[in-house]
Design a protein around this ligand. Sequence first.
Ligand code: NAD
Ligand code: MG
Length: 364
Amino acid sequence: MNILDLQLPNKSSDYQILIGNGLLLDVNNFLPVIKGQQVFIVSNETVAPIYLEHLKKTLSQFEIHSYILKDGEKYKSLSSLEDILDSMLNSGLRRNATLIALGGGVVGDIGGFAAAIYQRGINFIQVPTTVLSQVDSSVGGKTAVNHPLGKNMIGAFHQPVRVITDLYTLKTLSNREFLAGIAEIIKAAIIADRQLFYWLENNSESILAQEIETLSTMIHASCSIKAKIVCLDEKEQGVRAWLNLGHTFGHAIERVLGFGELLHGEAVAIGIVMATEYSVRLGLLSSSESEAVRRLIQRFGLPTTLDSMNFRVSASDLVSAMALDKKNVDADLTLILPKAIGKVTIRNNIKTQDVEQFIEQFLE
Ligand code: NAD
Ligand code: MG
């Protein structure tokens, strides 16, 4: 088992991420961080039929309750949250209970938020079951639900007491979701870990074959990067913005195509290529490094352009969507841009006209 110790500025919220195979079958992984007798598991209708009974059996010494969410981003909503809270109250859940989120980022975000606000906050354990949730959403303590006017608009910071990443659960994840999660790992490597970038290149076959040892090393390395950045900036004032590499372009792509056409990680993959090429345009990055980024993304079967996916979009639509993303239509853009593989910089005052020109060329 790989263990990552997360040390947060507020020492009392330090916690561990355990990474290994079959971890949800061993009660010892849970015991040190469960306080009372009551456990409330939040999962969804895809994950629960496969893993919920196993987890309940592991925790059979506790009084267990569960809530099964419908599957999909649209259920990360206030009305689902209300349902979860109703169910927690109906179960007679006390303040010393522990909420366990068993599932991907949707379950983790809404489960975490329920734990953050139930009786002003209860114990929370994440059992992330997608690559994305294992390397991204389970690290950093952000919890939220969506609002019709914006994604993740209602939420709280609430750190888990432990993250238990059972690599075995990835066996049932679709290949497309698996690869989309890798996009966030490539992103982390470009931001802060050159060595990881080349390790990904050298180990791509083993990763694609989902060899457990390789996955464990990869997820540990990727979580460490996010953990370091988050520890420097727990409440998102400065360097945490680095994690948005590829996301301003990526969100714009998601918005213009309509959410759901591409998986988030796929849009981010294209967004990373765009940020990298834009960086070359500004003279910040060499074209050979930008080429290496494109090659790595391709190697993992992720998209690098929009036309390879047969999508037709215009540069002006994308730029407007980017401006919208930052709520600064007609104003300058801020972008996270790589200076080298393993180093990024935050650039303000980027002219939308220049980005639009760049996108026109990119789309050709
Ligand atoms: P998801 O939770 O929707 O999971 C993707 C799909 O995989 C779903 O259909 C799910 O049911 C299925 N699934 C999950 N685990 C499975 C398994 N082991 N086997 C088979 N199927 C499985 O999506 P996601 O990509 O995990 O997370 C996306 C969410 O995470 C978004 O809501 C996003 O806003 C959020 N997010 C949060 C943070 C944060 O810091 N809190 C960071 C990044 C993303
Ligand atoms: Mg992301």
